[in-house]
Ligand binder design. Sequence first.
Ligand SMILES: NC(=O)c1ccc[n+]([C@@H]2O[C@H](COP(=O)([O-])OP(=O)(O)OC[C@H]3O[C@@H](n4cnc5c(N)ncnc54)[C@H](O)[C@@H]3O)[C@@H](O)[C@H]2O)c1
Length: 271
Amino acid sequence: MGEHDGRVALVTGGSQGIGEGIALALARQGSAVVVHGLTQDFADQTVGAIVAAGGRAIGVAGAISDPETSRAAVAAAVREYGRLDTLVTSAGIQRYGDVVSTPESVWDEVFDVNVKGVYLSAHFALPHLRVSPAGSVVIVSSAQATATQNQVAAYSSSKGALNALARAMAVDEAEFGIRVNSVSPGSVDTPMLRASAKLFGDGSDAGIERVLANWGTSHALGRIAQPAEIGEVVSFLTSTRASFVTGSEVRVDGGLLARIAAALPMPEEPK
Ligand SMILES: NC(=O)c1ccc[n+]([C@@H]2O[C@H](COP(=O)([O-])OP(=O)(O)OC[C@H]3O[C@@H](n4cnc5c(N)ncnc54)[C@H](O)[C@@H]3O)[C@@H](O)[C@H]2O)c1
């Protein structure tokens, strides 16, 4: 028996990276999963992994900023499984630049995917969650909603907006028994992070590993996370074990935001 037995979940961005880790975790606990991705082939790969492990899943594809994508994904859940209980939004993009170097088109692209995409998914999913006995939403935000690197003006702004949206939805949906939380990962080993590491390293495979290892040292735990570690937290937050958790910003960042960069000089080890 899994703690999500009988439930149906929609995971946007479930076709790879953190969303895939979440889709696999929810399926392991018995949820049927609608795996959304930008392209059908990647969504179907996650579906294949879930089905191979004995779970139930279908794949849907399309640009998340297009209302028809979210409408169709929710409709697919209801058509295939008759209900929708859980919404997890993980679809997102990262673009680099400060406010001067970021063109308006890139700013709009980041907000269309990262913020409007979440609004659209929730807009179509919430009417179904409102009639579920266990409606729950998790928005995948970022540590960069709270503290920011340089050159991520649009991205960090979009993630700050998501934390505010999660709070607003938590307040509005409470009367329907729906809990809404945001999860803020630190660095997670995904295609997105590896693409960034390629950009900021020498481009070689070894260079990517060096950059990832270096980014890992910014986290108190000394390493980056694996997608499954985010999946476990989302699985908990959407379970009845988290029945009094709503409106929370849950950090899953290995201590990234807990540490002040100015470390005290330590006395030399006794000889
Ligand atoms: N990887 C990290 O270190 C990290 C850290 C903090 C937060 N996040 C956030 O976690 C989420 C997932 O990131 P990831 O690292 O797994 O990224 P990823 O690039 O590996 O996967 C992104 C997912 O989003 C989907 N997607 C992207 N653009 C889309 C679009 N226009 N329409 C529909 N789907 C689209 C892709 O199909 C894919 O499934 C993002 O919201 C990201 O901002 C990632």
